[in-house]
Design a protein around this ligand. Structure first.
Ligand SMILES: NC(=O)c1ccc[n+]([C@@H]2O[C@H](COP(=O)([O-])OP(=O)(O)OC[C@H]3O[C@@H](n4cnc5c(N)ncnc54)[C@H](OP(=O)(O)O)[C@@H]3O)[C@@H](O)[C@H]2O)c1
Length: 237
């Protein structure tokens, strides 16, 4: 499977690429060229949120095979002042990083699905090969979300606001799309290894390996999953 990963430079994206790249081809869309070697093949598109078409152009220029699946691990995590005290500028910034990024990623998935179903499309390295009959034209789009999307997390207010809106964005996209299987994986605890999380008081985490396993299951057979799937720490699942 050729997986396009948004948020590849982040904590979850980096860990996912390490786990998924042994079985799949992983291309990471990044805003800045990575300084060290990565488990994903980086394609640098500095303004991909504002210019989603630039992603399609960059993929074509890189001569990569059709994208089968998209993972959007965009956004992040913070604990800060109450949302109203952080002010409008930071609220707008969070909107940019969360909801707007997810919207752009969804749009790109739609465009990739349209490209896949173009009659006579040839795969790189196989000029003239018509895959329109053989290759499935659907793309799976999997957006990651967190517990903050369903619980008001004091100190991470904007994440809750935009996470809740993201849930609905994916549901609307799933209801409207005829070419993309839109799914969301909601990780109901901090992801292991992220030292920004405050784990005092025995807070349980979800291991990156479990996130990767859940993602693989959804990407392999999206029809077996509802639009929203939750994973919890193993001990409390
Ligand atoms: N970490 C956790 O404990 C946790 C728990 C539950 C769910 N999740 C989910 O996992 C996903 C990723 O979280 P994370 O912890 O990996 O976040 P992260 O380490 O902060 O990484 C965020 C990623 O999003 C990209 N990004 C942020 N703002 C952007 C913008 N304005 N435009 C384009 N790209 C932008 C970053 O790219 P740049 O490097 O270019 O800035 C980076 O790749 C989120 O969907 C989150 O809901 C995480």
């Amino acid at each position: 499977m050729h997986i396009l990963l948004f948020g590849a430079s982040g904590h979850v994206g980096t860990g996912l690429a390490q786990r998924l790249s042994s079985h799949h081809t992983v291309t990471g869309i990044v805003r800045r060229r990575p300084e060290t070697q990565t488990a994903y093949a980086p394609v640098t598109v500095p303004e991909w949120v504002d210019e989603p078409e630039a992603v399609l152009t960059a993929l074509a220029a890189a001569n990569l095979p059709s994208v089968d699946a998209v993972i959007a691990a965009v956004g992040g995590w913070y604990v800060d002042e109450p949302v109203l005290e952080r002010g409008l500028a930071k609220f707008d910034e969070d909107y940019d990083s969360y909801l707007r990024g997810h919207f752009a990623a969804c749009h790109i998935s739609e465009r990739l699905a349209a490209e896949r179903s173009e009659p006579g499309r040839s795969e790189p390295g196989q000029p003239g090969t018509d895959h329109s009959a053989a290759a499935p034209s659907r793309v799976v789009h999997l957006a990651l979300n967190g517990v903050a999307s369903v619980e008001a997390l004091a100190g991470s207010g904007a994440i809750s606001v935009f996470g809740a809106a993201q849930k609905m964005l994916i549901e609307v996209a799933a209801a409207e799309s005829s070419s993309v299987d839109f799914r969301e994986l909601r990780i109901m605890a901090p992801v292991g290894g992220d030292d920004r999380n405050d784990l005092t008081g025995g807070v349980e985490t979800v291991a990156l390996a479990e996130v990767a396993e859940a993602i693989t299951a959804i990407l392999d057979s999206p029809e077996r999953f509802d639009v929203n799937t939750e994973i919890h720490p193993t001990a409390s699942a």
